[in-house]
Design a protein around this ligand. Structure first.
Ligand SMILES: C[S@@+](CC[C@H](N)C(=O)[O-])C[C@H]1O[C@@H](n2cnc3c(N)ncnc32)[C@H](O)[C@@H]1O
Length: 217
């Protein structure tokens, strides 16, 4: 029997975030509305809100509930405001609050005004060759303290252009060089579509380790 504490990985995509929680000692169960054949853990294909209303008891036994609502609504490169890309940050927080479990809700810089006291993580904090700032709101009693933010020392390749030697890649949109992005992001199983959506596993491994410390206090 698997006795590891459960992380319920909402909006899991191909599992960038999920991988970090796995590495920090959790059993990871992902939920996404789209099929995710590359997701490396247990997976349920379902709308997040339908999943929670159907499996509320299961969800309320999770140790930690991370959620990455889609960021197209707030992405600086892709401001698409339509019914195809609804803003799910507010509705997701409502259900996470009702669930009452510790949670981590992540998003991009454009969404910062909607996040509560988010902590920013950058690839430089983990020795990655990408800056990839992502913002993490926590709740349900779990608090994160931001690590020091090292100075940015490299130029970034322009969006869609190959990453030249000495540059850092952004790996968003229709970028080229999926092989390099798999190495930099540490996601060898993922496709370009999965990587451009992903939180680097290193970020969530760090969060998972902080959460294990919090649980064991
Ligand atoms: C930003 S990606 C998540 C990235 C992931 N956390 C990672 O680190 O790899 C958002 C995902 O949410 C999914 N999604 C969007 N709306 C959804 C909904 N209502 N229910 C379930 N999944 C949804 C999309 O299919 C997409 O895979």
């Amino acid at each position: 029997m698997d006795t590891r504490p459960v992380v319920l990985d909402l909006y899991c995509c191909q599992g960038g975030a999920g991988k970090g929680y796995d590495l920090s000692g959790f059993r990871v169960i992902g939920v996404d509305q789209d099929p995710q054949p590359r997701y490396p853990f247990e997976f349920v294909q379902m709308d997040v809100f339908a999943f929670l209303s159907t499996f509320w008891d299961v969800a309320s036994r999770a140790a930690l509930v991370p959620a990455s609502p889609p960021c197209q609504f707030d992405s600086e490169t892709q401001r698409i405001r339509s019914n195809d890309h609804p803003d799910l940050i507010g509705p997701t927080r409502i259900v996470l609050d009702m669930l009452g479990r510790p949670y981590v809700m992540e998003n991009v810089r454009g969404a910062v005004p909607k996040l509560r006291d988010p902590v920013m993580l950058c690839g430089t904090m983990f020795g990655l060759e990408t800056y990839r700032h992502r913002y993490f709101e926590t709740g349900g009693g779990f608090i994160l303290e931001a690590p020091d933010h090292p100075t940015h020392t490299h130029t970034q390749a322009k969006m869609g252009r190959p990453v030249r030697d000495g540059q850092y890649g952004q790996y968003i949109g229709n970028y080229s060089g999926v092989g390099k992005s798999r190495k930099v992001m540490e996601m060898p199983w993922a496709s370009r579509e999965g990587i451009r959506e992903a939180i680097p596993p290193k970020y969530t491994q760090w969060i998972g380790e902080r959460f294990m410390d919090y649980r064991n206090q």
